[in-house]
Structure formats: structure tokens, C-alpha cells
Design a protein around this ligand. Structure first.
Ligand code: SF4
Length: 179
């Protein structure tokens, strides 16, 4: 039976090299290639999709437009990323961002983005902002920081990255690559 949520792999490239990364255990060539967008929710994931911000924007627009035309219902598009610098740029094109910092440098970038959101809250109006925090990353965020725009989820690494039972996991036909 088809499910309402699609996890869509667009690239396996990523500037990070996390030891427990799903890319180490999955054979992505075996994932089915997406052939429709009749879902209520699409999660664009990688690798790091924001290595390709223009392609994410085009893909998100295409998913939303084709969905309304072909299936007469709306779809929410979310992006999973570890690049905080790209969050505010991509937000106009998606319904929300799930941000997962992996290093001290990521936290610095996140705090900068969070400051900008605090100064210009209209940029995140009607957007979903989720912050996934591993314990070592959470410890790097000063207690005084206002995270009220974010829904925070405490994270642990899970071996082999099982796909949640209510999601389908597919890939684009040609994974995006930077030469
Ligand atoms: S940031 Fe994510 S995709 Fe990149 S190496 Fe780490 S776990 Fe893998």
C-alpha cells in the first residue's frame, strides 16, 4: 500500500564524514526511483541536499505544482540539512527545514542563522523549523539562546537508519553530483 510520506534521496554527497552515516550502510542503487508525487509530505534528503540549493528550489516547486495539477491536493515539502548557512535562502521554496548540526562549526553557523531569524521573524512565518540535537551538539548551545522558533528533538544515532513504518524511501533517477 502506498504511504502518505515520501523520503526522497537526491544526493549521497556531503561535506561531513559522520562515522554512523546511513550512507555507509545503505545500498542506494537498490532504492526505487520516484515515479510520482502523490504524497501529502515529501522530505528531501541526502547526503546534503543544500549543496544544490537551486535544484532543491526547482524540485520543490515542481513537486508542489505537479501535485496540485495531477492529484488535486497539496503537498508539504521539507528539507533535511546540516548546512545552516542555506536555511534562510531555501525557506521561501519549502514548507520547513529539519536541521541537524554535526560539528562545532555547524553550531556557529546555526547560531548565526538563529540570530537572523530572531531579527526577521517574518522570514519563518508559517514555516516548520525542526532542530535535531545530538547530546554533544546540544551541550554547545548556550542556555541563554532563544530557540523558540524551533521544535527540538533529542537525537541518538541508530544503527542502519531504519525507515519509519509510515514512510516510503525512494531516490531521484540520477543522483545530484558536484564535479
Ligand atoms: S551530515 Fe548526514 S549525510 Fe552527511 S555524513 Fe553526516 S550523517 Fe551522513
Amino acid at each position: 500500500m502506498e504511504k502518505d510520506k515520501l523520503r526522497l534521496l537526491v544526493t549521497t554527497q556531503c561535506p561531513n564524514k559522520c562515522p554512523m552515516c546511513c550512507n555507509n550502510s545503505w545500498d542506494f542503487t537498490k532504492l526505487p526511483v520516484v515515479d510520482h508525487f502523490n504524497y501529502k509530505e515529501v522530505m528531501i534528503t541526502g547526503g546534503e541536499p543544500l549543496l544544490f540549493p537551486d535544484q532543491v528550489a526547482i524540485l520543490s516547486d515542481a513537486i508542489k505544482n505537479s501535485n496540485v495539477l495531477a492529484y488535486n491536493h497539496e503537498v508539504s515539502v521539507f528539507i533535511y540539512t546540516a548546512l545552516a548557512d542555506g536555511i534562510l535562502t531555501i525557506l521561501p521554496y519549502v514548507d520547513g527545514v529539519v536541521y541537524t548540526p554535526h560539528s562545532e562549526k555547524d553550531i556557529e553557523s546555526f547560531l548565526k542563522a538563529n540570530r537572523a531569524i530572531g531579527l526577521f521573524p517574518e522570514t519563518v512565518k508559517n514555516k516548520s523549523l525542526r532542530l535535531n540535537l545530538f547530546a554533544n551538539m546540544k551541550a554547545l548551545i548556550p542556555k541563554s539562546i532563544n530557540l523558540s522558533h524551533w521544535q527540538i528533538k533529542d537525537m541518538i544515532w541508530i544503527k542502519d537508519c531504519p525507515v519509519p513504518h509510515d514512510e516510503e524511501f525512494k531516490r531521484v533517477g540520477k543522483l545530484w553530483e558536484r564535479i
